[in-house]
Design a protein around this ligand. Structure first.
Ligand code: TZP
Ligand code: MG
Length: 233
């Protein structure tokens, strides 16, 4: 199955799999000036982010393609899958690893056709019903858990459905929306295993340190398999 396969590129770099990924970050031009994108990408790699998405709301497709071109080699050389928000055709055009779409963007089949059979496809979900209905995608986002200026028009859905959605949905679930160092433990206690953190990383004065702290508290597949986690009590 695609998720379990260790994806490998022509350059021979094995990519992190979604199955083991715990921390998904965004290079979001709502928070990062275009001129700083490469430096931020290096910081995310040095921090150890597992998956990254390029999100550039309001930018034209050509400038998003140039942005992806400029950061893809940085993530690729570290084995970090790069997902493009909203534009499945950019997967083929840039060589990115996948696309993330929302409920209202386009049918999943169309995203798959445009992005290619091998592309990773992620879908935003905002309720347990949407999460359970997700078909043909490689992972879902679930949220926003908390209200967030990154997605201002969406109401917070809270923590109460996280555990049930994890019981019912077998593909990776990345909880999202307002997650920060200060509330991560409440999200994990509610049953989350994987998170997306956007402003909590990009607004930090120490991107590397923030990512490392989040990772330490998220634990790892290996620690879980050994029956221990690195989360503090
Ligand atoms: N989808 C649901 S919430 C969200 C998106 C893109 C924004 C998450 O950003 P932040 O800054 O981590 O709240
Ligand atoms: Mg979208």
């Amino acid at each position: 199955m695609q998720l379990e396969r260790r994806r490998r590129h022509a350059a021979g770099i094995a990519l992190n799999t979604l199955a083991t990924a715990r921390l998904y970050g965004l290079l979001d031009l709502g928070y990062v000036a275009k001129a700083d994108a490469v430096a931020v990408a290096h910081g995310m790699v040095e921090g150890g982010i597992h998956v990254v998405q390029v999100r550039a709301k309001g930018f034209d497709v050509d400038s998003i393609a140039r942005l992806v071109d400029s950061v893809l080699p940085i993530f690729r050389s570290a084995g970090i899958p790069l997902i493009v928000n909203d534009h499945p055709a950019l997967v083929r055009a840039t060589g990115a690893d996948g696309v993330h779409i929302g409920q209202d963007d386009m049918p999943v089949e169309e995203a798959r056709r445009l992005a290619g059979a091998d592309a990773l496809i992620g879908l935003s979900t905002h309720s347990p019903d949407q999460a359970r209905a997700a078909q043909g995608v490689d992972y879902i986002g679930f949220g926003p858990l908390f209200s967030t200026p990154t997605k201002p028009d969406y109401p917070a859905i809270g923590l109460q459905d996280i555990a049930a959605v994890h019981r019912d949905v077998s593909i990776p679930i990345f909880c999202i929306g307002g997650i920060k160092q200060g509330n991560l433990d409440s999200v994990l206690s509610a049953g989350a295993r994987r998170v997306v953190v956007v402003s909590g990383i990009l607004e930090s004065s120490d991107i590397r340190g923030t990512i490392r702290d989040l990772l330490a508290r998220l634990g790892s597949e290996k620690a879980d398999a050994e029956g221990s986690t690195s989360r503090p009590d």
